[in-house]
Design a protein around this ligand. Structure first.
Ligand SMILES: Cc1cc2nc3c(=O)[nH]c(=O)nc-3n(C[C@H](O)[C@H](O)[C@H](O)COP(=O)(O)OP(=O)(O)OC[C@H]3O[C@@H](n4cnc5c(N)ncnc54)[C@H](O)[C@@H]3O)c2cc1C
Length: 401
């Protein structure tokens, strides 16, 4: 249901015992918003995009999409410090699962939250206290409905984006240097090609150029076709990928930070992402490449590798970080379970923590080992939502010990 006022949400909380689940853009791969009696859409609440702004701080509508907030902040000369691959998520949705971009010194978006207005399970609208903030920063919609969020901002800036094709070995050998050298750096490994694409973003005083054509969807189409042709001969797949990478060439352009960092993702896929101690990333990537060659030759979607700085949120996968994130994907029409299960075993052995919004198979017991502050979060949840009005059966498997 689409809530049009806080009073309407309070009325819903005051009667019955039904479970309510807040939703942002519904872009999580895990069943975070399903399983209750009502999914609460919050984009119709009558809240301005930007409520207050001073240097380095903004209070904004928690339920607005990141791209709208980026544009509104930009008009005031401010910006998000960093963003992920897409910007259609709501701010509350993105923060609730520790959504991240890439950059050795840049934390996930949740760590930028400095305050919030929340409707808790008792129907009270409260200002989150400093003590509770690390619990609320990453909270999966389990503490109530975020209404307003106060966050750190930075002066608006332009980024120079450079994209280049490199060999698998070069990308692995140079990744830590690249993270030291660039504000934002990430790379994609293209299965069966022996190659990948490195992407750096650095602050520049230069003015925006005309953005190049977005050929990502076309590239994915070629990778899909190449994988299909593999059944005739694996060499065909390799040759087609090699031709595609030759045509890719080098890219170099400048634009406003939020327009350059995020793009659209046209193809549907399933994804698992784990955040690992940086020193373990290269070994795991080599093992995943080996897995693809030997057991999962149908995997063709690129593997994405990023780094995020540490923070102190209780449920943040980056708590006491930094962490290198490795994301594996499979096309929505493919069976992903076997490949993801094999990758998950490698991620876990390497000390990884899963992205809350992406597929994983962890139980309460596993998560207790990974999150030393899980008990503090439980205590906060018991205070904020004593009647479990935001606890779906799926989430109760983890958060109702
Ligand atoms: C194509 C694609 C690209 C992606 N790229 C990245 C990326 O680059 N980096 C990354 O880290 N992740 C990425 N993700 C994952 C995505 O950012 C997260 O799953 C994010 O949580 C989705 O935001 P959403 O607005 O869709 O939230 P939803 O999926 O709708 O909800 C996420 C959580 O937020 C809670 N929630 C939503 N609104 C509120 C509210 N007002 N109050 C309290 N709780 C609330 C929900 O209950 C739920 O627990 C990507 C996902 C997709 C599909």
């Amino acid at each position: 249901m689409a809530a049009s006022s806080i009073a309407e949400l309070q009325a819903l909380l005051s009667r019955g015992k039904e479970v309510l689940r807040p939703v942002g853009a519904g872009h999580s791969f895990t069943p975070l918003v399903t399983g209750g009696a009502h999914i609460l859409r919050l984009d119709q609440l009558d809240t301005p995009l930007v409520l207050d702004l001073c240097e380095g701080r903004a209070r904004v509508n928690a339920n607005a999409p990141l791209h709208q907030l980026s544009e509104a902040l930009g008009q005031e000369g401010q910006a998000f410090r960093n963003l992920g691959d897409i910007n259609v998520q709501s701010l509350a949705g993105a923060m609730s699962t520790a959504t991240h971009g890439t950059g050795r010194t840049l934390p996930c978006i949740s760590a930028e939250m400095t305050g919030a207005k929340l409707l808790n399970g008792n129907g009270e609208v409260i200002e989150v206290s400093t003590e509770d903030l690390p619990g609320v920063q990453v909270s999966l919609g389990l503490l109530g409905v975020l209404l307003e969020i106060e966050l750190n901002t930075v002066p608006a800036f332009n980024l120079r984006r450079r994209v280049g094709v490199r060999s698998f070995d070069q990308l692995l050998e140079s990744m830590h240097e690249k993270w030291l050298a660039h504000r934002c750096y990430e790379f994609f490994l293209l299965p069966h090609s022996g190659k990948g694409i490195g992407i750096s973003h650095d602050i520049t005083e230069a003015l925006p150029d005309k953005p190049p054509l977005d050929l990502d969807a076309l590239g994915l189409g070629v990778m899909k076709l190449a994988s299909k042709l593999r059944r005739f001969h694996p060499g065909i797949q390799k040759r087609l990928l090699s031709l595609m990478l030759k045509l890719q060439g080098e890219e170099d352009f400048t634009g406003e930070s939020w327009r350059v960092l995020s793009s659209t993702r046209a193809m549907r896929f399933n994804e698992m992402e784990y955040h690992l101690p940086p020193e373990n990333a290269a070994g795991v990537l080599k093992e995943i490449a080996q897995l693809i060659e030997t057991r999962h030759s149908d995997v063709w979607f690129p593997i994405e590798v990023r780094q995020t700085a540490g923070d102190s949120a209780w449920l943040s996968p980056f708590q006491h970080g930094p962490r290198v994130s490795i994301a594996v994907h499979m096309h929505a029409a493919q069976q992903y379970e076997g490949f993801f299960r094999d990758c998950e075993a490698l991620f876990r052995t390497a000390g990884g923590r899963p992205h809350w919004g992406k597929l994983h198979g962890l139980t309460r017991k596993d998560l207790e080992e990974l999150y030393p502050d899980l008990g503090r979060f439980d205590a906060l949840r018991a205070r904020m939502d004593p009647k479990d009005r935001f606890l779906s059966p799926e989430l109760a498997r983890i958060f109702h010990p």
